[in-house]
Design a protein around this ligand. Sequence first.
Ligand code: UDP
Length: 251
Amino acid sequence: MVDNQFSTLYILGVAFSKMTMQESLLFFEKRLDKEIPTHIVTANPEIVMYGNHHPDYLQLLQKVDIVIPDGIGVLIASKKWGKAAIPERVAGFDLLLELMKVANEKGSKVFLLGADEEVNEASFKRLEEDYPNAKLVGRYNGFFKKNEEEHVLNRIMETKPDILFVALGFPKQEEWIAIHKDTLHIPIMMGVGGSFDVLAGKVKRAPLIWQKIGLEWLYRVLQEPRRWKRVLVLPLFLIKAFLLPKRYHKR
Ligand code: UDP
């Protein structure tokens, strides 16, 4: 792995990083130290399928700095490539916590954007308590109106964060980061979906055993039944990934 290069595997047009959690962290630390703006997307089958139906979003996924394999379905699909398969799942929530450890060691500045006001505030307090050396420099809830956008951007830029976590849900958070990446010029910008809801204790993360046997998604559906429709794309994703000849995955 040389500096900003890392190996990838294309699945349905999306280039997934093949780095393990540890390798990813080394990569992000380098980008932090060199202050190179990095847009991180943690993608699961749902996101890939959304991209396959929305060309603009697929193009966005192809332009971001790194797509992390979050979701057991991505790992299963990658087995089509045998020995070249993706070695491990890097869950978005785990990556957030690992990046907070890095921020704690380095005294990096962190800004939290997204989720409702209560959740945003509770996440901020929790991270402040758990990572006392990281500097939690600012926060803003994710329900701002279009005419507040400039104010939000200014709030973020005033605090000069090293890490910006954006919890607006997909595809909104990826689109938002992509639009503002150059203006913000922040080393680590990562879409974190529902992670603040977990940090704030509003939603429970699946117990480790569920995660280990690849059923975190099922635990989530049982907890939030309104999500059941969203996981229906998982079998479709796997069928498409396995049926499509390898050469068509890279496009
Ligand atoms: N959210 C937000 N602004 C919006 C829409 C959503 O801040 O306009 C937040 C919402 O409160 C939740 C997160 O974005 O905290 C989305 O969580 P979800 O688990 O649905 O993420 P996804 O799986 O869609 O990425």
